[in-house]
Design a protein around this ligand. Structure first.
Ligand code: TMP
Length: 205
């Protein structure tokens, strides 16, 4: 039985996730919650090593299936080493990206089978599901401009990033209870307010 609460932030490059994650964490800490902030891929020694391979801009011969399996391997490690133990202790875990990124990038972006991804996800995270997911939506060209095009994924074509964005929106439509889409063309304070309102619904005013 787990007592904690699992929140994920998703969205394209340059959507301002890190700012909103910091705000959310500060808000929850003020309420006296113990918060653990993590990022994916990463968050453990093994997952950070896998991240370096995944994002290395020189490794552009990587196949889509290799990419998928590496993201999943990084996740299998962080789930067991960090996320589940923290939830068991009653912490709020906030993760910068989780499995919706795999659906959006490797499914919608790379065109791998969503059904196969679901089956693999099942193996990787068992019964663990995010309780709440914020999707920061941004125009793809704008996001890339803001985020830069440094790593292997960011260097993908604009059309790839557009498919990813549509992917996130489609996934959110299918999961309206768990997922909240935030329009980041609005001022950053308005976005923060939306996040707060939603957190207050769960954790109280
Ligand atoms: P970021 O943490 O700087 O956003 O970099 C992670 C990159 O990896 C980002 O481009 C999104 C991508 N990604 C996937 O393609 N699939 C995944 O499952 C995850 C977690 C991230």
């Amino acid at each position: 039985m787990r007592k904690g609460y699992f929140i994920t932030f998703e969205g394209a490059e340059g959507s301002g996730k890190s700012t909103q994650i910091r705000n959310a964490a500060a808000f929850l800490k003020k309420k006296g919650r113990r918060v653990l902030m993590l990022r994916e891929p990463g968050g453990t020694r093994i997952s950070e090593a896998i991240r370096a391979v995944l994002l290395d801009k020189h490794l552009n011969e990587m196949t889509a299936v290799t990419e998928l399996l590496l993201y999943l391997a990084a996740r299998a490690q962080i789930v067991r080493e960090k996320i589940l133990p923290a939830l068991k202790k009653g912490k709020v875990v906030i993760c910068d990206r989780f499995e919706d990124s795999t659906r959006a990038y490797q499914g919608f972006g790379r065109g791998l089978s969503l059904k196969a991804i679901e089956q693999a996800n099942e193996l990787v995270r068992g019964s663990l599901r995010p309780d709440l997911t914020f999707v920061l939506d941004i125009d793809s060209a704008k996001g890339l401009k803001r985020g830069g095009r440094h790593d292997r994924i960011e260097r993908e074509a604009l059309s790839f990033h557009r498919r990813v964005r549509q992917g996130f929106l489609a996934i959110a439509k299918r999961n309206p209870k768990r997922m909240v889409v935030l329009d980041t063309s609005r001022p950053v304070d308005k976005v923060r307010q939306k996040v707060r309102e939603r957190l207050e619904r769960v954790f109280g005013k």
